[in-house]
Every structure is written in C-alpha cells, then in structure tokens.
Design a protein around this ligand. Structure first.
Ligand SMILES: Nc1ncnc2c1ncn2[C@@H]1O[C@H](COP(=O)(O)OP(=O)(O)OP(=O)(O)O)[C@@H](O)[C@H]1O
Ligand SMILES: [K+]
Ligand SMILES: [Mg+2]
Length: 676
C-alpha cells in the first residue's frame, strides 16, 4: 500500500477540521442530525437568557447561564469536529488520488486514423492506442495487443503487471502507465465516471449516502430525543403546579444530558472511518452498504486455486501408466502444452525442459489449438497429421478417450489418486484413444489459512471452497486449509447455484472472482469482491474491487465490516448507558435547587446542585472527543459469534457506560465546585 494512502492525521487535517466544525454550526447543516440540532436549539434558548436576563421569569445567574451556553457550544463543536476529522482524512486521500489524474492526451482511433484528443473528452466505446511510455487515458478493455503496465498510481504496487487482450487480464485503468509494448483499448466509461473518479468521490464523502442500518439507528436516536424532549418540556408545567421552580438553563442541561448526544455526535464519523479503513486496505467499496453487508456475512464462497492456494500450479512429476514410458509421456505432455498459455501449461514445458526430456516443437505447427476451458477442463492440439493430443482433469480425459473407443489403463485411477490425496492436481495426458499417464501439478496452501478459517468459524461464518478440481484433491486441500465444506468438479455456473441455495436459506453470501464468467455470481452475492486485474464485466458486477487483486483479502474485508458494525453498536450502548447514569447526577440536583430539603437525593455527594448540573454537562461534552479515537480506529476486534459478541459488548460498553459517568462527573465536580 502506498504511504500517501495510510491516512495519518496530520496538522493541516486537524486545523481544517477545527475550522469546519465552526462552519457546520449552520442550523441547516445541523438539522441533518436531529440529536445535535436539539442541542443547538437549547443553546439558542440559553443565549436568549444571557442577552435578556429575566426572560421566562428566569432567576438563574449570569455566570451559570454563560457556563451552560459555553459547554453546549463546545459539545456541538466536538461532535462537528469528529465528523470533520473523518471527512478530512478522506479528502486528503482524495487529493492524493487527484494528483494521479494528470491531463493526458489520448490517441483516439477515428476511421483508421489516430487523432489526438484530451483524455477528458473520451466516451464509452471510443478506441484508443497506447504505446510504451504513455499513460492510459481512461478505463477500458484491451482489444488488441499485450503490454506491461505500471499500476502503482492506484495500487501502490511498483512491479508492472502484464495485461493482454482476451481472457481475464484484459482490463486497464485510466492513469496507469504502459511501460512496454503497445495496446489498443476500448474505453469503458464516460467522463467523470472512471474508476479513479468514483474512488475520489467515495473517499471524499461526496457520494456518501446513509446506509439502511445508519438510517434505522438515526431514527431510533431521533425518537429517543423526542421522548426526552416531551418529558422535559412537560416537567416544567408540572413543577410549576407544585410550586417548584425549575430554571430553563437547568432544564436544557437535563435534556442535553439525557438525549444520546455521544452516539449522535459520533455516528457519521464511525461510518466515514469504516469506509476509509476499507479504502486504505486498497479495497474500493461501491457503497457503505456493501461494507456493512460484509459485516453480516454468514457464508463465504472461496476459490481453491489462487485464493486458498498460491495458485501457481506447477508440473512436478510425470507418472506414466500401463506400459507407457516416462519419456513418451513427457514429450506428449509438452506437445499438448505448446499452445497452452495458462501458467499450468507453461509449467509443463518448463518442467520437461529442466528434466531434459526431448519433444518436437514442430509438431504444433499448423495444428488446431484447443484452448483450456473451465467447461471442458481440458486443453491440447489437433495435429496436422490428424492425431489429437489432450491433457486435462482425469475424469474429463477418461470420458474423452472412452468416447473414442479407447481402454483405460488399470493403474490410472490409483496413480491419479496418489497425486490427489497429496493435494496435487493430476492431469491425464492422451493421444487419440491412448492414455500415457498423469502430470502432477503441485500447488501449496497459503500459510496461515487454517488460522484464518478458524477465525471465520468463530465468527459463525461458513466457508465453502469451490473448485474445478477432482473430489479427492478438493478434499485434501479442504482438510489442509480447514474450510467447512467444498464443492469439487464445479463449473462456473455452479457457484451461482451455491450462492442462490444459501440465500434461499436467508444467508448473506460473500464471494470473490475475476473472470467474465464470475460476473453473474459476483452480482448475485451480497458482497462480491472483484479483482482489479480481472475483466471489466466482473468489476462492474461486483460491489467491491480489490486493487491488490488478492482474493483471500475477502476475509479481512468481512472483518472490517464486522468492526464497523461492532463499533457503532458498542458506542451506541455506551452512549445510552451513559445517559442513564447522568440522570442520577442531574435529577436530584434539579430538585435540590428547588427544594433544598431534598439533599438526601444527593447520592453522589456532589458539591452543590449547580456544580452537579455543570459537571454532568461537561462530562457529556468531553466524552465525545475522548471517544473520537475509538470511533475512527474502530473497537478492537476479536473473532467470535454474534451472540457472544453481543453479550461481551453489553458487558464492556454497557456496564462501562453506566460506571464511567459516576467517576467522571464526581472528578469534574471536585474541580468545578472550587469555582462556584
Ligand atoms: N491448462 C490446463 N490444461 C488442461 N487442464 C487444465 C488446465 N488447467 C486446469 N486444468 C484442469 O481443469 C480443472 C478445472 O480448472 P479450473 O481452473 O476451472 O478450476 P480450478 O483451478 O481447479 O479451481 P478453482 O480455480 O475454482 O479453485 C483443473 O482442476 C484441472 O484438472
Ligand atoms: K447525552
Ligand atoms: Mg482456476
């Protein structure tokens, strides 16, 4: 990850946030946050009393009123500061991204001729030529050529990546640099809608929409605020009737202490910070909703090759069957791979060469290429002389040979099983209806997978590995990696079937993918994470894109989503628990002010009724900045089931939230009491 995107809180960001918190006092802005808007109205009321003492028959002193006014002002500034700080960090990220958006000229192909136009004028469907040393002018798909591309501007990864027409590595991103060769690109986005544009808008918060969860919580907070407002407003006439005089500033203080100002002030900062955490993790989420959905995932669908294993399946042994010789097997294995451009295919040639097996390259000339397909699970060549050479999944090759009237060597099954039971992938090699043996493709499970799946299990998430490989290999890798379930010999469409099946049971499903054939499944999944190296259609179908193209990052994405939901839950619990505790400080004080004989109510032993009110109000204000770091960083996350998480959070943040004010208010009162 690039340093500039780590999002450190620098001096300028903090200064800007301070200024913004003043600007945000504008009532039109405040109205968007009903809880804090009520605080603002209260502040205006107290201000009126400051300007016109004796208003509403008030008898409270100037000094007290001024203190209440100032504390309320500071409370709002703190809340605004939290939001401005979170936004500021996003803006800083956006600025560094904007710098990558240089104004380049594009070589647009118009009627067979190249015409120079500004990149900002390119539209969807335009064709451009990009040569060595030039910046790719917009997002698109390579339709001709192959090139190595430096994508460090968006991924922070300095090693160039190979991009080529056709297949799963054909998409390119505007703002990245072609370091070798020349490509023809079909532009896939209109001005202002490119990948970087969308990323900038997202981190800037310009497109920030409240998620359904956030809306539900804000509604709850507003309802709570309304209830307390009614309670406090009706308190006044009731007290008047009983001849108890309640001061307006005291009532305002009571109201502000009771309404959920802590979570009200931190709510949007929590959401922005969660989004920010995902972006700094080099994952681009299309919406906050997607991040939250990640936090609620029940089932995760994972690829075997490349996600759970390293994915660089390499030939590591030739195992001849029947009467066949190893050297013949090696030669035909190599010939079957001459036109196979997959890493597996290339590794077969490399292995044959390093082991010194001879093979005739000329055989491939003029032959018909049979490219590898996930559907057929085979690849090979139809030679000029009529012979057909294939390699592929053992059962697929067996079928192919049987349909041509061939016989299956007796030891094929046992030899292939040996490879599979070691977690390798056996590829059978055949020429017409004769099977020569198997290629042992080795792949290794990434380190630490077992622990990560263990964590997912603790979170109550079921993991399902989907692989095109045979059941035995699948079972071995599944056991080694520790996934809960696996589906072997799965075709691309099987993934979407698994997702639908899980969703039908009311589960939320996450998956990763990069190919065009993954696109429907990515769209069907609740959280679809596409690889940046993947095709345009995969990226369009998904609701997240991983800039590092590491599918196993889906695990951390879920963790970040969970952390966001947990942080919001924990701070809500803390905030409401706090308010309950403040009630015990302020209600007795209020009545003691009116009826001094009620001193017995002063269970907290606070200095005086006035200092009790001010202390509760000060505590209510300072708790907001104290919790900003937690809101921004997120609560520390330990994998466990939602049930246990809930009880743990209730204990820590609920109980903590009840106790903290007693201690805090008491300490503040010791100081405040010295003054008044
Ligand atoms: N280049 C190739 N030539 C011939 N057969 C291949 C080649 N690559 C893979 N196969 C065979 O086809 C099967 C399916 O491959 P595919 O890439 O679709 O799935 P996978 O890589 O095994 O699983 P996944 O990527 O979903 O974890 C493989 O298990 C292997 O037996
Ligand atoms: K409060
Ligand atoms: Mg694969």
């Amino acid at each position: 990850m690039s340093d500039k995107r780590k999002g450190k809180l620098s001096g300028p960001i903090i200064r800007k946030a301070m200024l913004d918190s003043l600007v945000k006092l504008n009532p039109v802005t405040m109205m968007k946050n009903p809880v804090m808007f009520v605080v603002e109205i209260g502040m205006v009321l107290v201000l009126l009393l400051l300007l016109f003492p004796g208003f509403f028959g008030s008898r409270s002193g100037f000094g007290f009123n001024l203190s209440v006014f100032l504390i309320l002002l500071v409370t709002m500034l703190f809340a605004n500061f939290a939001e401005a700080l979170a936004e500021g960090r996003g803006k800083a990220q956006a600025d560094s991204l904007k710098k990558t958006k240089k104004d380049v000229t594009a070589n647009k192909l118009v009627g067979g001729h190249v015409k120079s136009v500004a990149a900002s004028e390119l539209r969807k469907g335009d064709i451009v030529v990009v040569a060595q040393g030039e910046m790719i002018p917009g997002d698109g798909e390579i339709i001709e050529g192959i090139a190595s591309v430096d994508e460090s501007a968006i991924t922070g990864e300095s090693a160039p990546v190979i991009k080529e027409a056709g297949g799963d590595f054909s998409s390119v991103t505007g703002g990245t640099l072609v370091v070798s060769d020349r490509i023809v690109v079909r532009i896939s986005s209109d001005p202002g809608e490119s990948f970087i544009d969308r990323m900038i808008a997202l981190v800037e918060g310009a497109q920030r929409q409240k998620t359904p969860n956030e809306i539900a919580l804000s509604t709850l907070l507003t309802v709570l605020t309304l209830i307390f407002l009614i309670v406090v407003v009706t308190l006044k006439p009731m007290a008047d009737y009983l001849n108890i005089h309640l001061e307006i500033p005291v009532l305002v203080s009571l109201l502000v202490c009771l309404i959920p100002t802590t979570i009200g002030g931190l709510l949007s900062a929590i959401g922005i910070a969660g989004m920010d955490r995902i972006t700094r993790f080099n994952v681009l989420a299309m919406s906050g909703k997607a991040v939250e959905a990640a936090g609620d995932i029940n089932t995760m669908i994972l690829d075997k090759t490349g996600t759970i294993t390293y994915g660089n399946r390499m030939a590591s042994e030739f195992i001849a069957v029947g009467q066949e010789k190893e050297s013949d097997l090696a030669a035909w294995a190599a010939v079957s791979s001459l036109q196979d451009d997959t890493p597996e295919g290339r590794s077969v040639i490399d292995y044959a060469k390093t082991k010194g097996f001879g093979f005739d390259r000329g055989l491939a000339d003029g032959g018909g290429i049979v490219p590898f397909q996930a559907e057929t699970r085979m690849s090979g060549i139809d030679l000029k002389d009529g012979r057909r050479v294939r390699k592929g999944a053992v059962d697929a090759v067996r079928e192919w040979v049987l349909s041509d009237g061939g016989v299956i060597p007796a030891d094929l099954e046992q030899k292939a099983s040996r490879v599979a039971s070691e977690g390798g992938t056996p590829l059978a090699v055949a020429v017409d209806n004769r099977i020569l043996g198997v290629i042992y493709l080795k792949d290794t499970v990434k380190p630490g997978m077992k622990e990560r799946f263990e964590q997912l299990r603790k979170m109550g998430i079921k993991t399902i590995m989907c692989t095109g490989d045979n059941p035995l290999t699948a079972a071995t890798i599944a056991r080694e990696a520790g996934v809960d379930d696996y589906i072997a010999e799965s075709k691309p469409e099987d993934k979407i079937a698994v997702i639908r099946r899980e969703q039908a049971q009311g589960k939320l499903v996450a998956m990763t993918g990069d190919g065009t054939n993954d696109a429907p499944a990515l769209a069907q999944a609740d959280v679809g994470l596409a690889m940046n190296s993947g095709t345009v259609s995969a990226k369009e179908a998904a609701n997240m894109v991983d800039l590092d193209s590491d599918p196993s990052k889906i695990i951390e994405v879920v963790a970040i989503g969970k952390q966001l939901l947990m942080t919001r839950g924990a701070l809500t619990t803390f905030s409401i628990a706090n308010d309950i505790a403040k009630y015990f400080a302020i209600i007795p004080a209020m009545f003691m002010l009116a009826v001094p004989e009620m001193n017995a109510l002063n269970i907290m032993g606070l200095g005086s009724p006035l200092s009790a009110v001010l202390s509760a109000l000060i505590f209510n204000a300072v708790i907001i900045p104290l919790l900003i770091p937690l809101a921004m960083r997120g609560v520390t996350y330990k994998p466990m089931s939602s049930q246990r998480l809930l009880s743990r959070n209730l204990l820590v943040y609920g109980l903590g939230g009840v106790i903290a004010p007693f201690i805090g208010i008491k300490l503040i009162d010791l100081i405040v009491h010295l003054w008044i």
